[in-house]
Design a protein around this ligand. Structure first.
Ligand code: GLY
Ligand code: MN
Ligand code: MN
Length: 436
């Protein structure tokens, strides 16, 4: 049994059972599917890579606390759609105490769940499975005067898995460092290769090819490769425009390595040399980013770091002439939202926007303190809309974000993505060396 699953069981309440489903394949069009992406909680607890599986965790069952329901072996299906572990592989290769065909799951529910007071199950993710669970519950209630005792309390298991996933083990940090290194090297490659006339999609392609070549399963999310004012569109993923001399390019791309994500953004000049106006905005964002990395440490909180980024960026916007007035007033009025409309960072792990709560009470008054083992991104940005009549003309259409992945440690932090420079002079030097 995987270490993570053992620790999950230790935290389950008395007399409880957990049902944790894998993801399903998602139709892309007609009879083709998107590349399969496993459910991160299921993957975290089981390591099982296939779709259409369900883990049932029943600590009361001393002989077989861990049951996996999986797709059965099927020569015809495997010839068409790929190999399956089947029930034998689930036990032999993935440590299940016993395994059955997924086709038996619905009929087995009374046997699996009856007699437990609590059920760990996350509703509203998998509608078909929700329906099976609801049918089981309503069926058993009808029979309540006889011998059926369905669970009376349903608990969302992410209460446990979210906390576990938020605090990375040394083994997880090692995988995240590899993911970060691969993505960092892909960004360096982009700095070396980008030149005017290239298409955004070509840059995307060469970075993704590099990541796979280095052992990543692919990208951690759709890469954002935006030249010129495409950089002011936060989730620009069309990546199909030519890169122009004199423009900046913003690349937000990360790798997925053994399930773990990296998430890096770099912004640099397409022709290798920042214009004075681009450099002015860049220097503001870089200064804020360095200070916010420094603020990502034990003792500080997620909320305080966010407020700090707002304060620093608002000061920067005033300095640049994007905003006019007193910083404190501008913050109160949220004037910065015009140019900085996202958070300064998020948890990172199996998901790019990883599990774990940001606030530890209902009223959102107590923001979570940083603690060793947490990994967060630090990604301030300034985005000036191209048609913004109030901004100095020289800044219109400039979008800059700089993003690194930072591990909180006992005595500060470690930048997992420091391998790719963000120093503007060094970026220019790399670009100059590679275009001679
Ligand atoms: N790449 C997604 C993000 O930065 O949050
Ligand atoms: Mn991010
Ligand atoms: Mn990003």
């Amino acid at each position: 049994m995987r270490e993570q699953l053992k620790r999950f069981i230790e935290q389950m309440e008395e007399n409880s059972v957990a049902v944790i489903p894998a993801a399903h394949e998602v139709t892309r069009s007609y009879d083709t599917e998107f590349k399969f992406q496993q459910d991160p909680d299921f993957y975290y607890l089981t390591g099982f890579p296939e779709p259409d599986a369900i883990a049932v965790i029943d600590p009361k069952n001393k002989k077989s606390p861990y049951t996996l329901y999986v797709r059965p072996r099927d020569p015809l299906m495997e010839t068409w759609y790929g190999r399956r572990q089947g029930v034998e592989g689930a036990v032999k290769n993935y440590g299940a105490d016993r395994a059955f065909s997924i086709e038996k799951f619905a009929a087995d529910l009374p046997k699996l769940l009856d007699g437990h007071e609590r059920l760990y199950y996350r509703f509203a993710v998998d509608k078909a499975l929700d329906q099976q669970i609801l049918q089981y519950l309503s069926g058993q209630r009808v029979r309540r005067l006889k011998t059926a005792y369905p669970p009376h309390t349903i608990i969302d298991p992410t209460i446990i898995t979210g906390e576990m996933r938020l605090h990375k083990t040394p083994e997880e940090v090692e995988l995240m460092q590899i993911s970060a290194d691969i993505a960092a090297e892909a960004h360096i490659l982009a700095m070396k290769k980008v030149k005017p006339g290239m298409n955004e999609g070509q840059v995307e392609a060469l970075m993704e090819a590099y990541m796979k070549d280095k052992g990543a399963s692919g990208v951690a999310y759709n890469s954002i490769v935006g030249g010129g004012d495409n950089a002011t569109i936060l989730h620009y993923v069309e990546n199909n425009m030519p890169l122009k001399d004199g423009d900046l390019i913003l690349i937000d791309a990360g790798a997925q390595y053994k399930g773990y994500a990296s998430d890096i953004t770099r912004t640099f000049p397409v022709n290798g040399k920042f214009t004075p106006a681009q450099r002015e905005v860049y220097d503001v964002v870089l200064d804020v980013q360095l200070k916010c990395i420094e603020a990502t440490k034990t003792g500080n909180t997620v909320k305080k770091r966010q407020e700090y980024s707002i304060e620093l960026l608002t000061e920067g916007m005033v300095k640049l002439g994007l905003l006019k007035g007193k910083t404190s007033e501008l913050i109160k009025k949220k004037a910065y939202l015009k140019y900085y409309m996202h958070g300064v960072g998020h948890y990172l792990g199996l998901d790019v926007h990883d599990a774990g709560r940001y606030f530890i009470d209902q009223e959102a008054k107590h923001s979570r303190p940083f603690a060793p083992g947490m990994v967060l991104t630090v990604e301030p940005g300034i985005y000036v809309p191209p048609d913004d009549k109030t901004a100095p003309a020289k800044y219109r259409g400039i979008g800059i974000r700089i993003e690194d992945d930072v591990l909180v440690t006992e005595h500060g932090n470690r930048n997992l993505t420091s391998k790719v420079t963000k120093d503007p002079d060094e970026i220019e030097a790399i670009m100059a060396r590679n275009r001679r």
